[in-house]
Design a protein around this ligand. Structure first.
Ligand SMILES: Nc1ncnc2c1ncn2[C@@H]1O[C@H](COP(=O)(O)OP(=O)(O)OP(=O)(O)O)[C@@H](O)[C@H]1O
Ligand SMILES: [Mg+2]
Length: 328
């Protein structure tokens, strides 16, 4: 049995070869402060953000592509992988390929590897996120042709130029989906004197957030606390006004893409201008991301139809290759 795991800042996905993605849950853990007892993991824990009493803490153990709480990360990972393995049909211990955020240190990388071993894996491979994203998005990475993949996750945006099975040029920046949530909160506070929570901000972003002008504007109602009166208040925002709210993060992403195109070998850049840019990660689902990147680079840009699952899929599909490489 081959398993691919995407240990993301926002979501953990577990893909089992032959069965598809069996676990897709937010990387969130809720525990009792005193006893450290875990009371919820994943979806259930995410719903608790911003709504807990003193005695309960809700954490996201991975922040900005870095493991901020190792113990909690390990416990979360174990729960997800074990529950994926419980649902299995085959016998024998699995081979697991896990993708870690690009910002993790060598020590953290090894720690994740150990944690995955302890779930009962036969062998464990740790893989770079952009390569897995490319494979999962059905990009033929083995050919001698340049391909560009931009993975806009929750904590980081990873940009890579891939050729002959490896990343020739890459960059990881800490500007991604979570920053759009933070920008939404800031914008609504400044413009409307309304304080909103993280979950509300994310819902609003997914509903109407945009980085490119929509031909037909749409609206969304957000609720929070009026900063002047201290009372509940609702306001209506439009999709097109979020473009301005998001401008900083969007510009970071565009600058980084530009930078990678500028430093990549010219032959590969020429290939990319033919093959186009492939987008993966939840942030690539933001309205207009593909249109904007196309407009700013002059290169055709597509959102993968497996945007959210690409990394887990690619990791799972790479188990064979990783195993062969190790034997050689
Ligand atoms: N339809 C959507 N529109 C805009 N943003 C979205 C949409 N769907 C998901 N997102 C955002 O995508 C982000 C999560 O993406 P993803 O699951 O790829 O991240 P991750 O892999 O966990 O993070 P990382 O790769 O940085 O470790 C979140 O910020 C989420 O709000
Ligand atoms: Mg990711």
């Amino acid at each position: 049995m081959d398993i691919g795991v995407d240990l993301g800042t926002s979501n953990v996905l577990v893909y089992v070869k032959g069965r598809g993605v069996v676990i897709n849950q937010p990387s969130v853990v809720a525990y009792e402060k005193n006893s450290k007892r875990i009371i919820a993991i994943g979806n259930k824990a995410k719903k608790m953000i911003g709504k807990t009493p003193e005695s309960i803490e809700v954490v996201r153990p991975l922040v900005k592509g870095v493991v901020s709480d190792y113990t909690v990360t390990e416990r979360m990972l174990k729960v997800f992988i074990r529950s994926a393995m419980e649902k299995r049909t085959g016998v024998g211990r699995p081979k697991i390929c896990v993708c870690v955020p690009s910002g993790v240190t060598e020590v953290e990388r090894r720690a994740v590897e150990d944690a995955v071993y302890r779930t009962g894996a036969k062998s464990v491979y740790v893989m770079e996120e952009p390569l897995a994203a490319a494979i999962g998005a059905a990009v033929d990475i083995e050919e001698a042709k340049g391909n560009m993949v931009v993975d806009i996750g929750g904590g980081t945006t990873d940009i890579a130029v891939i050729s002959l099975g490896g990343a020739v040029e890459s960059q990881s920046i800490k500007a991604a989906g979570d920053d759009y949530n933070a920008s939404m909160i800031r914008y609504i506070r400044r413009k409307y004197n309304l304080l909103i929570g993280e979950q509300t901000a994310e819902k609003a972003k997914i509903a109407v957030g945009s980085v490119y002008e929509r031909p037909e504007d749409i609206t969304y109602v957000v609720k929070g606390r009026d900063l002047i009166k201290g009372l509940p208040k609702a306001i209506t925002i439009t999709a097109n006004e979020t473009i301005e709210a998001f401008a900083d993060t969007t510009s970071h992403i565009l600058t980084a893409i530009h930078g990678v195109l500028e430093t990549a070998p010219p032959e590969l850049v020429a290939d990319i201008s033919v093959n186009g840019i492939v987008l993966t990660g939840g942030g690539s689902l933001m309205y207009g991301m593909d249109k904007l990147i196309k407009e700013k680079t002059g290169i055709d840009t597509y959102v993968s139809d497996k945007a959210l699952e690409a990394v887990a899929l690619g990791a799972g599909m790479s188990v064979d290759i990783a195993a062969r490489k190790e034997e050689a």
